[in-house]
Ligand binder design. Sequence first.
Ligand SMILES: *Cc1c(COP(=O)(O)O)cnc(C)c1O
Length: 355
Amino acid sequence: MLLMNPGPVTLTERVRNSLLQTDLCHRESEFFDLQDEARARLVKLYDLDPAQWSAVLMTGSGTAAVESMIAALVPENGKLLIVENGVYGERISQIAAQYRIAHSIVKHEWMQAPDLARVAAALDADEAITHVAVIHHETTTGRLNDLKALASVCRERNVKMLVDGVSSFGAEEIDFAEGTIAAVAATANKCLHGVPGAAFVIVRRDALAAAASRTYYLGLVRLASLQDQRNTPFTPSVHAYYALVEALRELDEEGGWRARHARYLALAEQAREGLFARGIGSALPAAESSVVLRAYKLPDGVSYERLHDALKARGFVIYAGQGGLSKELFRISTMGDIHSPDIERLLVSFDELMR
Ligand SMILES: *Cc1c(COP(=O)(O)O)cnc(C)c1O
């Protein structure tokens, strides 16, 4: 079965086999070697300086990393502005509300790009705002939000950015050097091709120094400081760390995030062109979409359930639209061990279905 849902992904045999390594106690030096390698490779993936940036690991799914980032990095007397244009932006607002973090929201329709003029006006109207939270790749629609443009709006106002990069880290460009991004949250089991269970926040060390402590298990500062001392507060998902490290080695050998971007782009375009030729249109223009996942319009008279079940019977798991989009859209991700002949077979399956 090929997984074309937005994570967990179809594993390579190499990553799958890494799960079969020896049982490991998380208080032994071998575990800390593994933890050190994962952290070092995560920082190196975007050529970051480990003296300035820390990769903080935790056990949980991508939402754990997002929650840890938001709960810690808006300081006690800080305020968060959340840019919402999909399910995941709305999730950050729910997290901020749950922790009683002062926040306001610039809300958009799910199909819309962030309106920079509205974001700028919201920042200008409220000097208390210290941070902006945004989703890099809004997986709801496949839209790649323009981090560069948003960063310049924030930089002019001396506001830092907290980025949900869960479905972009490892495959899309992220400009850490520009200085406005304070942290990016992500997970092992999307563009990195690991298994679910390990998540992480890439955070500037100076942002950690100003962080708040609002949560126990997901406390970012404590996780960071113990990991710097080759320690860990709790039992980590050891096997997920095995897979993460193996997946990061594989990614490095394949040429890093740029190579993964190029590979995903080719697959996404092959799928888009093939579906277009079969009368199935994209929900968004390619130039506004990520290379990771694209949303498509359901063909007239075909329900998602019928499409899903027919493709599943042929070995492909696709993904529904979320919420109100579930009757209009379906989504196809090209993360994981997916290659051009797989997309070709998928398109042939569509031919059979359309007949
Ligand atoms: C997948 C995803 C998440 C996290 O989902 P989990 O199920 O917790 O792994 C968060 N944000 C975005 C943009 C995602 O695509």
